[in-house]
Design a binder for this molecule. Structure first.
Ligand SMILES: [Zn+2]
Length: 136
């Protein structure tokens, strides 16, 4: 019997085996990569960003914009794919965003900054997502 590659891990130890140390730190321990270091900060490629932990489609490149904050920023998520959780760590009231399927940490969401007409910024760690470019 070989393990089912598509089955989601059920324990943090199983996640630790599947992910790199940096992915595990961000996705499963709600870490944050250093600004301007992630591979997708300035990416303009058309495609869909998937959860790096479980593969769920989370963000379209159509919603990505230049926030100059140092992390990939999206003004919308694919409906139902991202859940929001109130986060009071670091003495700040912020809204954490997680993958709706595997509960992995993605980043935070901010409103009212005026970057785009939707007035929303999903601030996402590059290490939490993986871009699948559109074919052609
Ligand atoms: Zn996921």
């Amino acid at each position: 019997m070989s393990p089912d590659e598509n089955a989601l891990p059920r324990t943090e130890d199983e996640w630790r085996v599947r992910l790199t140390p940096e992915e595990f730190r961000v996705l499963r321990e709600a870490g944050t990569e250093r600004p301007f270091t992630g591979e997708y900060v300035d990416t303009k490629t058309a495609g869909v960003y998937h959860c790096r932990a479980c593969g769920l489609e989370l963000f379209s490149s159509d919603t990505k914009f230049d926030s100059h904050c140092g992390w990939p920023s999206f003004d919308d998520a694919i409906p139902g794919r991202v859940k929001e959780i109130q986060d009071h760590s670091l003495g700040m009231a912020r809204t954490e965003i997680r993958c709706a399927r595997c509960d992995s940490h993605l980043g935070h969401v901010f409103h009212g900054e005026g970057f785009t007409p939707k007035d929303t910024r999903h601030c996402v760690n590059s290490v939490s997502i993986r871009l699948e470019p559109n074919p052609g």
